[in-house]
Design a protein around this ligand. Structure first.
Ligand SMILES: [Ca+2]
Ligand SMILES: [Ca+2]
Length: 418
């Protein structure tokens, strides 16, 4: 499978070992630079960001770049504009203090500019800095801008179309983050008597979103179980119970191994039992097309939907169609809409580990599994909840707010499965 694809899918998982949660980085590029471009003195590279919350404190701008040699300009200007294109802040500095001979990320400090809704970061380099370009399908947020008056320009770049250009400019900032305390109420786990962990979160600006419990095998470091619960407001409680089970995937009745899966929080009520769980995956339609996606399973474990990271649907089951578009002929629908090629397309899931050290690999692929089933047989894929083996498990609780702040706590006691 394509390595890029795997990296993207891993990034879609979570950074469970991130220590500091205070700084949030807004990025619309994929992190891999494919090209670099400079533009003339009148024009600037602009990226339209959306603040995670109102009055977000924008404290740094990161730009991937290197100096043009010989440099036509000694200085660069960074401007932050609000959604009406009005100037909020301007930095003017010496290009050689930030950019060198190689394409590297440079961090430019700002004095905590308060931004809300959409805001724009414009980089004017006066043809003196090569601006790093990510050429993956663009988010449409990279634009050309000009001043006097501040405005967006029509796209006119040689060799770069706007839908394949992401200026590698990122915004770093912060807003009040939640606090989390967790307590182990019951430290043995079985179906009859699940382990219990209580999480209490508070958030100064009252935008709590969710808490998630991860159960990690103390020996293998595998995440065997994950469960999310909604949180709201400025103070919230959640109790997690774990029945000593682990998520596994079976294909055509054969157990293929443990995978990362989680219950879905934000599903419409009439679909919640059909889309009860989701698991990140990689779909390989044929030799040329592969992409990261999300597989959705029902309460009964049957596969009901495959949706890729661009939002394209590759499979939905008849049960889903009957609810979302009643009266549709499923066979006809399947023929025209399902992209999976029987006996040819493959799917890979993730066995995800919490690395003990940073250089350890965090995930491995389960599969790729050739899809031999049919749309009506749910491609013979089933999410299993089987007993986790005897041993010690670590519980980690993550709390998130609606401003992308993330905080993790590890339970002080391990959980035993006997
Ligand atoms: Ca790229
Ligand atoms: Ca908050």
């Amino acid at each position: 499978m394509d390595k890029n694809c795997i990296m993207v899918a891993i990034a879609i998982l979570f950074a469970i070992n991130c220590v500091s949660a205070s700084m949030v980085r807004l990025t619309y590029d994929d992190g891999g630079v494919e090209d670099a471009a400079w533009i003339d003195g009148q024009r600037g590279h602009g990226v339209v960001f959306t603040a995670p919350t109102d009055n977000w404190s924008l404290s740094q701008v990161a730009i991937l770049g290197k100096q043009v040699m010989p440099s036509p300009s000694e200085i660069f200007v960074i401007e932050v504009w609000d959604q009406n294109l009005s100037l909020l802040y301007r930095v003017t500095d010496k290009a050689s203090s930030y950019f060198g001979d190689n394409l590297n990320w440079s961090i430019v400090d700002l004095p905590d500019v308060k931004v809300s809704g959409n805001f724009l970061v414009a980089f004017f380099e006066f043809a003196g800095v090569w601006q790093g370009v990510d050429k993956s399908p663009s988010s449409g947020r990279s634009v050309l801008v000009s001043r006097n008056p501040n405005r967006l320009l029509n796209w006119s770049m040689q060799n770069s179309t706007q839908n394949q250009t992401n200026w590698m400019i990122q915004a770093l900032g912060y807003s009040p983050e939640p606090k989390l305390t967790i307590a182990v109420i019951s430290d043995t786990a079985s179906v009859k008597s699940p382990s219990k962990i209580k999480a209490v979160a508070t958030d100064p600006d009252g935008n709590l979103k969710s808490a998630t419990e991860f159960i990690v095998d103390n020996k293998t470091r595998e995440i065997v179980w994950a469960q999310a619960k909604e949180m709201t407001g400025s103070s919230s409680e959640a109790e997690f119970s774990w029945p000593g089970a682990m998520f596994r995937i079976s294909a055509d009745g054969q157990d293929k191994g443990g995978i990362y899966a989680i219950n879905n929080l934000e599903v419409m009520a009439n679909l919640s039992s059909l889309l009860a769980y989701s698991a990140p995956c990689i779909i390989e339609l044929n030799e040329r097309a592969n992409f990261s996606a999300e597989a959705y399973f029902g309460e009964d474990g049957l596969l009901n939907a495959l949706i890729d990271s661009y939002g394209r649907t590759h499979y939905i089951s008849q049960d889903i169609l009957d609810i979302t578009v009643p009266g549709t002929d499923y066979q006809k629908f399947a023929l025209n809409n399902i992209t999976i090629i029987k006996d040819k397309s493959k799917i890979g899931f993730f066995n995800t580990k919490v690395p003990a050290r940073q250089d350890e690999q965090a995930s491995e692929i389960i599969g790729p599994i050739v899809l031999t089933g049919t749309p009506s047989s749910h491609y013979d894929l089933k999410l299993l909840r089987l007993n986790a083996g005897m041993g010690e498990y670590i519980a980690i609780v993550k709390v998130e707010d609606r401003a992308s702040n993330v905080l993790n706590n590890i339970a002080e006691k391990t959980i035993k499965v006997k």
